[in-house]
Structure formats: C-alpha cells, structure tokens
Design a protein. Structure first.
Length: 199
C-alpha cells in the first residue's frame, strides 16, 4: 500500500462533510470549479493510488492553488491581497466553518506533490486536464454566467468586455492549456526525474 489508509479515510470523511456544506452555501454550480472537481478526484485517486489522477489534478491546480496560498499568506501578514481571490476568507458575513473548510486550498498543493513523489507522474495528466477544461468551461460560460465559475467570462470573477465573449472563451480554451497546463506538465516531469536521480 503506497498511500496510508488513514489518509484515504480522512479525505473521504472530509469530503462527506465538505460537499453538503458547500452545496448549501454556494449551490450546485460551485462544484464545477476546478478546485472542487479536484477534491473529488483526489479522493478517488487516493483509494485507487492512481498516478494518472494525481497528475491530471496537479496540472490543473498546482499553479492556481499555490497562488491562492501566496495571496492568503500575504493578506494574513500584511493585510493586503496582492493577487486576489482570497478576500472571502476574511468576510465576517461568511460562516467561519465554511471559511475553515476552504483551507483545503492550502492542503492541496503539498498533497499533490507528495502523491506524485509517491506514485509517480503520468504524462497524460495535462491532456486530461485540457479535455476537462474544454468540457467544463463552456458549461460555466452558459450556465449561471453571473457566477463566472473558473473565470469563464473574465479573470478574477469580473466579466471582461475587451472582446466578444465567444472570442474570450475560445482564447481561454487555447491559452490556458498551453500557458498553464503544459508548463506545469513539464515542471512535474522535471521534478519527478530529480526525485528519481540517485544522490
């Protein structure tokens, strides 16, 4: 067993608590955020001990979740959000319990890296993440567009008006895989080789 049983059980219990709370707080569309899809995939990946699933999730989430951590840490230390996206964590109008559940964003990057170190890296991960984006983001664009899930209508949850929406959507589906998923894939391939190199 390459993944401890306690970790599998702990993540499963957390999912059972997290999912209904988030559903009640944010609604069904929230589960189309890549980070929330990633939560479920991580749970499956832990039980299956699947390098492919962890590689898939890492290509999509590693960069953005790391930026989340940087923004949250910056806000805690200085009171300023230098990147943005974690302002809700300081909203007293939002239940403290819900905000604490959101700390999964902090746990995700080290967990993904640990899993890839433990299970290996599958080169198909970035392709699966690209396919996921091609399916999910158009749904985000048309379903409850006011929520701007995954920034399907503009960065940082603000709808953009610099270009026609369809052009932005097409650009998103090309640029993000090429500029985020593929470079993350190259980084993880390099990192895995480093870990395998005898010292």
């Amino acid at each position: 067993m390459r993944v401890p049983r306690w970790l599998k059980i702990a993540w499963t219990v957390w999912l059972v608590v997290w999912a209904p709370v988030y559903w009640r707080q944010y609604g069904a569309q929230n589960f189309l955020f890549f980070c929330d899809i990633g939560n479920v995939l991580i749970g499956i990946g832990l039980w299956l001990e699947s390098a492919l699933i962890f590689s898939w999730v890492a290509c999509g989430l590693l960069l953005f979740q790391t930026l989340y951590i940087v923004d949250l840490a910056g806000a805690l230390l200085t009171g300023h959000h230098y990147i943005g996206g974690t302002e809700y964590m300081f909203d007293p109008g939002l239940s403290l319990f819900v905000r604490l559940l959101s700390l999964f964003h902090v746990v995700t990057p080290p967990l993904l890296l640990w899993a890839i170190w433990r299970l290996g890296y599958d080169r198909r991960g970035w392709q699966l993440q690209t396919l996921t984006a091609w399916v999910v983001v158009p749904i985000n664009y048309f379903w409850r567009p006011e929520m701007n899930v995954n920034w399907a209508r503009g960065p940082f949850f603000h709808e953009q008006h610099a270009m026609p929406g369809g052009v932005y959507l097409l650009g998103y589906l090309i640029v993000v895989p090429l500029c985020v998923y593929f470079p993350t894939h190259l980084f993880l391939k390099w990192l895995r080789r480093r870990w395998q190199t005898p010292r």
